[in-house]
Design a protein around this ligand. Sequence first.
Ligand SMILES: NC(=O)c1ccc[n+]([C@@H]2O[C@H](COP(=O)([O-])OP(=O)(O)OC[C@H]3O[C@@H](n4cnc5c(N)ncnc54)[C@H](O)[C@@H]3O)[C@@H](O)[C@H]2O)c1
Length: 256
Amino acid sequence: MKRLENRVAVVTGSSSGIGQTIAQKLAEEGAHLVIDYIGHREGADETLRMVQAAGAKGIIVQADVSKLDAVKELIDQGWSAFGSVDILVNNAGMEKRAAFVDVTEEEYDQVLAVNLKGPFFLTQVFVQRLRSAKKSGRIINISSVHEDMAFPNFSTYCASKGGVRMLMRDLAVELGPEGFTVNNVAPGAIVTPINKSLLDDKPKLNALLANIPLGRLGTTDDVANLVAFLASDEAAYVNGATYTIDGGLSRSYHEQ
Ligand SMILES: NC(=O)c1ccc[n+]([C@@H]2O[C@H](COP(=O)([O-])OP(=O)(O)OC[C@H]3O[C@@H](n4cnc5c(N)ncnc54)[C@H](O)[C@@H]3O)[C@@H](O)[C@H]2O)c1
């Protein structure tokens, strides 16, 4: 028996990067998948092929996580297709570089809407549906080491991911009595499209690598393996935790 046999998982932003590999991994573990995307249909199609190749079923739903109507529709479609949605992975995210003094209201609203408002209301809808079916579920947020560590020129990103840290802690306590578990996975530097400018800048990349004790960037598989564990029965007693996955980056300090 596979670890997630007959479970149903929603993974937001799963047409690329970490979300795509999480969808693939959960499917390999036996789960059926609701693949959420915005604006990149070919990526979502590719994720569906990966899910099916793993022997699982999947549906694709276009849903902007920052819109309440869209997240309701996302959960509704999962229930219609599979009769339940048991695992929620809040993965969709974005970042915008700007010095704090230059951040516009529009940039602030956009980053906070995707990274914090999205997980907030999607989790609310996810819980409402399960609660009315007298069931519980697993909530896993892909936050970032920047839920804790400073990241100059990314104040909106830090504010959003820090918010996700406290949201997770609060919900772990508020929803725990009903059997839900809520945890964060906080990646360091992982090879994905979100990091394109860093990956293309060799001197910057080498400076970063020098600070990673394991001497390499993370892969999407590294992150997805951890998410699969947190979604499984093996992690039944894990609640209210952030799992940092950064090769030791956030513990690394060097005297010059
Ligand atoms: N790659 C890293 O080094 C790293 C490090 C720490 C945290 N993270 C986090 O991991 C998550 C995944 O990022 P990634 O690195 O795979 O990059 P990515 O850009 O490939 O993935 C982000 C996904 O979110 C989707 N998305 C953006 N806005 C959306 C919206 N409004 N509605 C629905 N989907 C939306 C994008 O289309 C994309 O598929 C993000 O939350 C990111 O903050 C990434």
